[in-house]
Design a protein around this ligand. Structure first.
Ligand SMILES: Cc1cc2nc3c(=O)[nH]c(=O)nc-3n(C[C@H](O)[C@H](O)[C@H](O)COP(=O)(O)OP(=O)(O)OC[C@H]3O[C@@H](n4cnc5c(N)ncnc54)[C@H](O)[C@@H]3O)c2cc1C
Length: 289
């Protein structure tokens, strides 16, 4: 049962920040409520004050700029999935969104809410880490930026500071000869990942050498993580099947998965090993295209 709370629906960001600043630990922000309401129903979270930011249209946008993509934190998953500019220039994001939850949840849940929930099996974080995205958080004191890879601190714990709201996600323009891919393994369609893997590869224009690489894992550790040792197996080399296989093996030892109802630790390590090769091959093919 949900405990009683006082509800606010501010009309502007300034108003929302003033409320968050005033009520501190006694309040909770609610975006689409797709994750928070479950916790409230289970009695795991019982805020005295609930501040709905869903009406802040100033935080719902997708902008294609010279530097890259800017996504307002209140943009829904469905809007990202259906955005023509994202489908064209950042198709990995649209593909990821298409497999996130059901259409009903995507219609209401927001990208900002997903990241702030801090679920280690969430789909957007690994993809955004592979794309080198950063987050802007805003409080009455001003704004600060954090790389997505540094935003999650522990299970369901993020780098959000008291009084802050996540306001924007920035994805830098993708360099030429770059391919990015993501997949998740899940038993039930539209469910969270048992393991998710995102890989981004940038090749040299003439020599086809791997100039830059990111391998990001979801549901493989307390936080979405980069498999940095596996990246080093490929960086500066011509990527071959054998090297990718080696990178998969290294990533599976770097991962820190747990055993839970969805899968054992061993099974998750095996998934990481297999998916790094599969997604790596896909990213490589896109980089060469
Ligand atoms: C049936 C179901 C299936 C799902 N499947 C998937 C899946 O396959 N993959 C996946 O990744 N997710 C999945 N989810 C999770 C869900 O889609 C996301 O977590 C959701 O997008 C959260 O967004 P929201 O706006 O609803 O956040 P809310 O539930 O409103 O908030 C979540 C948390 O973030 C905080 N918050 C929200 N917005 C902000 C902000 N701008 N600044 C600061 N704090 C903020 C809230 O205080 C709360 O702690 C699923 C959820 C459901 C119900």
């Amino acid at each position: 049962m949900i405990r009683d709370f006082e509800y606010f629906a501010p009309k502007t960001l300034k108003e929302a920040l003033t409320l968050v600043d005033k009520y501190g630990d006694d309040c909770k922000i609610i975006g689409g409520g797709q994750s928070l309401l479950i916790l409230m129903r289970q009695g795991l979270v019982a805020p005295q004050y609930l501040i709905s930011i869903k009406g802040l249209s100033e935080l719902s946008y997708i902008k294609d700029t010279k530097e890259g993509l800017k996504i307002g934190a209140l943009t829904t998953h469905r809007a990202i999935e259906k955005s023509p500019v994202i489908q064209k220039k950042f198709s990995v994001l649209a593909d990821m969104e298409q497999r996130l939850a059901s259409i009903q949840t995507r219609n209401w849940g927001t990208i900002g809410g997903n990241l702030c929930h801090g679920e280690p099996a969430g789909d957007p974080a690994p993809v955004l880490i592979a794309l080198k995205a950063t987050l802007t958080t805003t409080s009455l004191k001003g704004e600060r930026n954090t790389a997505v890879e540094d935003f999650s601190l522990d299970y369901f714990e993020t780098a959000l500071e008291p009084g802050e709201l996540l306001t924007e996600i920035q994805v830098p323009a993708v360099p030429p000869h770059t391919g990015t891919a993501y997949t998740k393994f899940n038993v039930i369609q539209s469910d969270l990942a048992t393991v998710g893997v995102a890989v981004s590869i940038t090749l040299g224009s003439s020599d086809g050498i791997c100039q830059d690489i990111r391998i990001a894992l979801g549901a493989s550790a307390p936080i979405p993580m980069r498999a940095k040792q596996a990246e080093e197996v490929l960086r500066g080399k011509k990527i071959t099947d054998n090297l990718l296989k080696k990178a998969g093996e290294v990533a599976s030892t770097e991962a820190q998965p747990i055993s839970d109802i969805a899968a054992s630790e061993e099974y998750r390590r095996e998934l990481v090993r297999v998916l790094v090769v599969r997604v790596g091959n896909e990213a490589l093919a896109r980089a060469k295209a």
